[in-house]
Design a protein around this ligand. Structure first.
Ligand code: NOJ
Length: 773
């Protein structure tokens, strides 16, 4: 991991433009001679006394309206990510009534807006600039679900670090990422923005991303504030329909959906974003249980909470408030510090404080939390330090960033199938037909939530990637062939595709979803290849040629036909700006694929939700009981997924030894070590993700059939063997017991280690006594 240097330069700059008296002008300048070494809650405390004094002094000069300004976030008109409510945001900045702006970037534009706040308002309090920097800012990395398939925390952290460096050079201080919603329903388009279905994987990835965005020192100008979103349980929208209702037990909430958020607090995330959904009847933006009891009281979160867009106003539609005004009162009293775009605090909060409906103390707390972050960022020393034209020029799309994007992209790809070892391809001597709507596309490569990334010029298509890879006497021919638009069955491109395929030695099909079919508001009821891609694939199959399918998409897809009929399938997700070269690296063996699925691929939509760590039921189905009727099964489909969680092939093979345990009984305060030897038994050097799962056989509440508890990604040269060990203690076995206390229960456990959730060595151990945690 990279260690960051201490911030050096102290630019003492804070001036109080437009203050009434000389006394108002003499604020103590914050001092930055502070050393910070790691991302943790200490981030907030190391110079807290100085910060507190500075902010107390500042707040003493602020009017109620100015404080509410700090609680108000408006969108610029540069980029729009939802309904636009305020065309007059610039006037309001000048009146000191807006503390933060989102969807504004470039050094010059943010500088222009910052100047309005600093030079034209009474107190000159700098603006905070936010933006959705999700998987890259200008240089786009793979979509978050894709990155998560790398199971490579260093790569994921690097991606966030590069994104922060580019974004911060353009004046952005704060990203609305990472999304840490566990998601198990591929119909929900936002599954593409998270880390998949597993709690543990989502948790460790959340921490890596926060570390990448925030670094070790928020005052460094190349770091940005991170936001853990969407709090909470947004990933469980009913029927996979976006913004839909969520209703779940407290146990399920705490076991599955909250741990990544708690991990975000532990990693020092600066802010939290509420979710659009209601949870058990109470919208998240007015949910005191989430925002006060859990976030503040149990977890001790000290950053600020922002709404997701107009989720305050939306409480009227939810039927939770009769009007915006009441919704605002409910939100602020529940602990929402900042209103994104809803204009509700802006419009009503001052009146509500005067009427005693909202306490001054509540407003003070919220304004202070926001001012603290501005202080942490160093904005009171130099409000323009992030709007740096020179750094912007040097940083954006620099070679190093593009190389990092290519490397992370290839690490993210998952080889789903390679039965006849058709891959990797030879770089010369082959006639290759490259076919499909995604084969020469640039715009799709960067996915839907690609911030300020260029969609039309910068991305390098798969076709270009392949052309750059092959050498004489190879021949590459291209046909778009089919359409990936819903309801577009135009097959006029089929004949050209078939003609070039007939001449080819191998067919590479690039198919999947159009970029705007995933992300927010893109729920689907089908998970198949849209348009007439499937029809073209079937016609190509009739030619009897070797076929490779490269998928670009943002969710698990039901591709059972392809699994049965295509020789090799590579899941490339939306791989980002350098997607084409990255895919070509994998296709031609310059990179040996190492990705593993962070989410289950079902066979059909009827199986959804399908995830690896379900419960066993009282009538579990197994192959041995196949003849019996009254079992938990479908009569028209297998229960099993098409590709399970953790699945992903390599060009080489890995052999696992039996598991060895250093003891068979684990003491409640002790630890146990489980080891396996992993050998690269194939023909290529490569990486393997060694996965550890545990099953608690009997519990006071039933436990899942297995749960991921650890993994390690290792490199093995061909023929090499390494021992991989995992240490397990009672905390890895803990859960919310029948009385909702948290701890582990004595008894028998299965322990599995292997290459995928469905391909594991098995061992067992006993926990000798209960353990309360
Ligand atoms: C709505 C999305 O749900 C959220 O993730 C995003 O950060 C905001 N819009 C701002 O664009």
């Amino acid at each position: 991991m990279k260690k960051y240097l201490l911030a050096m330069a102290v630019i003492s700059h804070f001036t109080l433009v437009g203050c009434n008296s000389e006394a108002d002008r003499t604020l103590t300048t914050p001092n930055k001679d502070v050393s910070r070494t790691s991302v943790s809650n200490t981030l907030w405390h190391d110079d807290k006394a100085k910060m507190d004094a500075f902010i107390t002094e500042l707040m003493a000069k602020m009017t109620l309206e100015e404080k509410i300004g700090q609680m108000t976030l408006f969108s610029s008109d540069w980029d729009v990510t939802g309904p636009s409510l305020r065309g007059d945001y610039q006037d309001k900045i000048k009146e000191g009534k807006v503390g933060a702006v989102f969807n504004a970037f470039t050094a010059s534009y943010t500088r222009k807006l910052q100047k309005m706040a600093v030079e034209e308002t009474r107190l000159g309090i700098p603006l905070l600039f936010g933006y959705d920097v999700i998987h890259g800012h200008r240089t786009i990395f793979p979509i978050s679900l894709g990155e998560s398939a790398s199971w490579d925390l260093d790569a994921i952290e690097l991606s966030a670090k590069v994104a922060a460096a580019e974004a911060s050079a353009e004046g952005i201080h704060w990203t609305f990422a990472p999304m840490v919603d566990v998601a198990r329903d591929p119909r929900w388009g936002r599954i593409s923005e998270g880390s998949g279905e597993d709690v543990y994987l989502t948790t460790v990835i959340a921490q890596a991303r926060i570390k990448g965005f925030q670094g070790d020192d928020l005052s460094k100008p190349d770091t940005v504030l991170a936001t853990a979103k969407h709090f909470a349980a947004y990933g469980q929208a009913q029927a996979g329909r976006d913004y839909h209702t969520t209703d779940m037990s407290d146990r399920e909430l705490r076991e599955t959906y909250l741990p990544p958020f708690k991990a975000a607090v532990d990693a020092g995330a600066a802010s939290f974003m509420t979710s659009f959904n209601e949870l058990n009847g109470v919208p998240a933006s007015a949910n005191k249980y989430l925002l006060q009891d859990i976030l503040r009281t149990e977890w001790g979160f000290e950053g600020f909470v922002v709404t997701d867009y107009t989720s305050i106003n939306e409480m009227v539609n939810h039927g939770f408030a009769e009007n915006d005004e009441k919704a605002g009162e409910l939100a602020v009293n529940a602990g929402v510090d900042m209103d994104m775009q809803g204009s509700v605090y802006f419009d009503y909060l001052a009146k509500q404080v005067e009427q005693g409906l909202v306490s001054m103390q509540q407003v003070d707390k919220a304004a202070r939390r926001v001012l603290e972050m501005k202080y942490r960022l160093g904005l009171f020393e130099d409000p323009y330090r992030y709007s740096n034209e020179e750094r912007e020029k040097a940083e954006i799309y620099k070679d190093e960033n593009l190389q990092a994007a290519q490397d992370v992209a290839r690490k993210s790809m998952v080889l789903l199938k390679n039965d006849k070892q058709l891959l990797p391809l030879s770089k010369s001597g082959l006639n290759i037909a490259v076919i499909g709507p995604l084969a020469d596309s640039k715009e799709d490569l960067i996915g839907s939530w690609s911030a300020a990334g260029d969609r039309y010029e910068k991305p390098i298509s798969l076709l270009s990637g392949i052309l750059a890879k092959v050498s004489e006497p190879a021949k590459v021919q291209y046909a778009k062939g089919a359409s990936y638009e819903f309801n577009n069955q135009d097959d006029s491109g089929f004949s050209h595709a078939i003609t070039i395929a007939k001449q080819a030695d191998v067919i590479v099909m690039a198919m999947g979803e159009k970029w705007d079919m995933t992300g927010e508001a893109t729920s689907r009821t089908k998970l198949d290849l849209p348009g007439n891609q499937q029809a073209l694939m079937e016609q190509l199959k009739a030619l009897g040629k070797p076929m490779i399918l490269v998928l670009m998409n943002g969710r698990p897809m039901t591709i059972e036909w392809a699994d049965q009929n295509v020789d090799s399938i590579l899941e490339a997700w939306y791989p980002g700006t350098m997607g084409g070269p990255a895919i070509a690296d994998v296709l031609f063996g310059d990179y040996n694929p190492s990705g593993k699925l962070p989410v289950t691929f079902p066979r059909n939509v009827g199986q959804v939700p399908l995830y690896y760590n379900m419960k066993n039921t009282g009538r579990p189905y197994s192959k041995d009981s196949a003849e019996q009727k009254y079992l938990s099964r479908y009569i028209d489909s297998s229960n099993t997924p098409l590709y399970p969680f953790g699945h992903g092939l390599s060009y080489t093979t890995f052999a696992y030894s039996a598991i060895s345990l250093d003891k068979s009984t684990l003491a409640s305060d002790g630890s146990l070590t489980a080891s396996v030897e992993v050998t690269n038994s194939g023909k290529y050097d490569g990486e393997e993700v060694v996965q550890l799962y545990i099953r608690d056989r009997v519990g006071s509440v039933t436990r899942p059939v297995k749960q991921l508890k650890g993994f390690e990604k290792i490199w093995l040269n061909k023929g090499e063997t390494k021992t991989v060990s995992f240490t397990i203690s009672a905390k890895d076995l803990a859960f919310y017991r029948q009385d909702m206390s948290y701890g582990a229960e004595a008894g028998e456990f299965d322990l599995f280690i292997g290459t995928s959730s469905d391909n594991l060595q098995k061992s067992e151990f006993t926990l000798s006594a209960n353990s309360d945690l």
